[in-house]
Design a protein around this ligand. Structure first.
Ligand code: 5GP
Length: 183
């Protein structure tokens, strides 16, 4: 049987986004849920494609309206959440749906939809995770330190997941994730 709803989570900078992008580019029957966030767009990010960029009030209205499948404050400041409607619609059309969300969100999805399959993407080692975070250079030193602190906590949560896949090489990791989705 195919697991239609897959939650992909893992520590910051592990490369979840790259793995998910690889899956979407190579396997067209997979849909990625577009999250809502209160953080500002980064250069090149497009509203509705990368995220729905909302004000804090707009975000809270969606929560109050019961429109979020899950939501969380991530890395200590901004809110991120999964709009429920598009996920249910894609599942109703028989699509395989991926949520790429943080660990607090993953827990909430499992509670709301027990059939969801939770996959934790892990780094080959802690040192490699630090190297990847520092290497991508998209965060200030202060933000890097904050994210590494979250990552320590996030790494401990992997035992709560249905599967752990190590991201050593992206195509290999992506294939393993896909095999789990189709298992
Ligand atoms: P970024 O700001 O780098 O795009 O994302 C920061 C973190 O937010 C990532 O760890 C990502 O997994 C998480 N995230 C993105 N979308 C969602 C969401 O809809 N819900 C939750 N709970 N976390 C999310």
């Amino acid at each position: 049987m195919t697991n239609h709803l897959t939650v992909i989570s893992g520590p910051t900078a592990v490369g979840k986004g790259t793995v998910v992008k690889y899956i979407l580019e190579h396997f067209e029957d997979v849909t990625l849920s577009v999250s809502a966030t209160t953080r500002d767009p980064r250069p090149g990010e497009i509203h509705g494609r990368d995220y729905f960029f909302l004000t804090s009030d707009e975000f809270d209205r969606m929560i109050e309206g019961g429109e979020m499948l899950e939501y969380a404050v991530v890395h200590g400041h901004n809110k991120y959440g999964t709009p429920k409607g598009p996920v249910l619609e894609a599942l109703a059309h028989g699509k395989m749906v991926i949520l790429e969300i943080d660990i607090q969100g993953a827990r909430q999805v499992k509670q709301a939809m027990n059939e969801a399959d939770l996959i934790f993407i892990a780094p080959p080692s802690w040192e490699e995770l630090v190297r990847r975070l520092e290497g991508r250079g998209t965060e200030s030193k202060e933000e890097q330190a904050r994210r590494l602190k979250s990552a320590e906590v996030e790494m401990k949560a992997q035992t709560e997941f249905d599967h752990v896949v190590i991201n050593d090489e992206v195509p290999v990791c992506a294939q393993k994730v896909l095999d789990l989705m189709k298992a």
